[in-house]
Design a binder for this molecule. Structure first.
Ligand code: AHR
Ligand code: AHR
Ligand code: AHR
Length: 497
């Protein structure tokens, strides 16, 4: 039987046996292009994988734990994470490689174009709770990358170097993106620096138009080949590269000597389409000079401006066939990715007018208020309109909320450089995202209270520090990130008037 026929037969047998009979990397192996890196915080990417998926680190004491699937080939044990992280914060500090090649991702070191906010210039870790989903009907969490967050492995095994062929796919959030550089997943420099054209081959997702673009306003799947995000053959617009509008997407970039391709589709329905398949751009991209490091959420030189959400992704040895990728897409569809609510705890209802009262001992006689642009806690009563906020549907994400000033209609609480400010809504995407917050169960566990997570920076919460309002992380570079007093300072009693 010809190889293609065998593959189809085996695939259909596996697919009918059980939904967990074969996963993405099983199909790549069947196609003769095995995974040499397989990363996911949501699920096993092999039917028989039962090892570690990712590591979380707890804010309260720095302890770590590894999250595994709940059964062989299954979904990540989100309940174990929730227990471990109860009444504190958690970040994702390692994403394990399921392929057996040992290509784990850890927090990215500083690079030629990006010095991260953590000690030594390392990037930020992602929040462990920024992107809750259901996969195969079970709760799991994706990797929510804010600007400044990134993962890397500079010492890999089995990843393509030079002009060697490879393929990649990733499942991403089609609604979380920006025009910064560069939300990538894939092959990059081992030196953390830009070493020239053709030294990268990675999936890019976003609406950056500095180099290329696709049809419509974006976001688009493009390829980061270094010194350029490519939607097609050259640094130009490729109208065959569509704007992505689905909540979940499957993104593919693959390359072999003299040739590369972009494919993509809705990760919830339908198949994959090819937006580019053709020759390499020139000059410097043919032959390629791939170096074999792996990046997630950043550019090759650690450019830190991108944002996006990663659920799963792999890199292969060899150039996968379209047929193999179609089977991978069918497996992704079977996973049934569904977004879960971003809010929890006592409801904070759209349309209500509220006050925020600190819960820190010694500060409960205050309310979060504003004086002009400054947002701070003040000794005022709930009759003072400077302390009254109308809850609106989130300007940047309708699953969370925004807070409009009662005495200055049209002005909202937003963060800027992580400081809370009152500003007029200018209608921009940045303003909307900076003024979108997700009330959740209180970090301190105090009954009847909420913590208020920043949608775009889910490691950060409304905090008063020396009575000034910030979005603070639990331990971080700024004084207002201080771990001392964190749990109480980020816990508020929200009262409807
Ligand atoms: O190719 C786009 C970006 O350019 C790369 O990710 C980065 O290394 C360089 O700044
Ligand atoms: O508050 C953090 C960031 O600071 C905001 O997202 C951005 O608008 C500003 O640069
Ligand atoms: O905002 C008042 C206090 O200032 C906070 O409780 C404390 O963490 C900081 O010193």
């Amino acid at each position: 039987m010809p190889f293609r026929g065998t593959l189809l037969l085996v695939a259909s047998l596996l697919a009918t046996a059980s939904v967990t009979a074969a996963h993405s990397c099983d199909f790549y192996a069947l196609g003769g292009t095995p995974c040499v890196a397989a990363h996911s915080t949501t699920r096993a990417l092999y039917a028989l994988y039962f090892g570690k998926l990712y590591q979380v680190t707890r804010g309260s004491d720095g302890a770590t734990t590894d999250i595994t699937p709940t059964f062989i080939g299954g979904v990540a044990n989100a309940a174990a994470q929730d227990r471990f992280c109860s009444q504190t914060t958690c970040t994702i500090t390692r994403i394990y490689d399921q392929s057996g090649e040992g290509n784990d991702l850890s927090i990215a070191p500083p690079g030629g174009n990006g010095y991260g906010p953590q000690p030594g210039g390392y990037d930020n870790p992602a929040s462990a709770i920024g992107s809750p989903v259901k996969v195969f009907g079970q709760n799991a969490y994706g990797v929510f990358i804010s600007p400044g967050t990134g993962y890397r492995n500079d010492a890999t095994t089995g990843i393509a170097t030079g002009d060697a062929p490879e393929g990649m796919y990733a499942v991403l959030d089609g609604t979380h993106y920006n025009d910064g550089c560069c939300f990538d997943y894939g092959n990059a420099e081992t030196s953390n620096d830009d070493t020239g054209n053709g030294h990268m081959e990675a999936i890019y997702f976003g609406n950056n138009t500095f180099w290329s673009s696709g049809a419509g306003p974006g976001p688009w799947i493009m390829a980061d080949l270094e010194n350029g995000l490519f939607s097609g053959q050259q640094i130009t617009k490729n109208v065959a590269d569509p704007t992505i509008t689905s909540r979940f997407l499957t993104a593919i970039v693959k390359g072999k000597p003299g040739h590369w391709a972009i494919r993509g589709g809705n990760a919830n329905s339908g198949g994959l389409s090819t937006s580019y398949s053709g020759s390499r751009p020139a000059p410097g991209y043919n032959p390629m000079s791939k170096e074999g490091a792996i990046i997630l959420g950043i550019g090759g030189d650690n450019s830190l401006g991108g944002q996006g959400t990663f659920y799963e992704g792999v890199m292969t040895k060899g150039y996968p066939s379209d047929l193999t990728e179609n089977l991978v897409q069918a497996n992704v569809l079977s996973a049934g990715y569904t977004a879960l609510p971003l809010t929890s705890g006592p409801p904070v209802n759209v349309g209500s007018t509220i006050t925020f009262q600190p819960t820190t001992t010694g500060y409960t006689n205050r309310l979060l208020a504003h004086s002009g642009q400054t947002v701070n806690t003040q000794i005022v009563t709930s009759t003072d309109t400077a302390a009254q906020w109308t809850v609106r549907t989130g300007l940047g994400n309708t699953n969370c909320v925004s807070f409009e000033s009662v005495d200055t209609p049209g002005s909202f609480i937003r963060h800027y450089d992580f400081v809370l400010q009152l500003e007029t809504n200018d209608g921009s995407k940045q303003f909307g995202e900076d003024s979108t917050f997700c009330p959740q169960i209180p970090i301190s566990g105090k009954s009847g209270a909420n913590s208020i997570r920043a949608w775009g920076y889910p490691t950060r919460f409304f905090r008063h520090y020396e009575n000034v309002g910030y979005i603070a992380s639990n331990g971080g570079p700024e004084a207002f990130d201080s771990q001392a007093g964190f749990n109480d300072d980020v816990t508020w009693i929200i009262k409807a008037l």
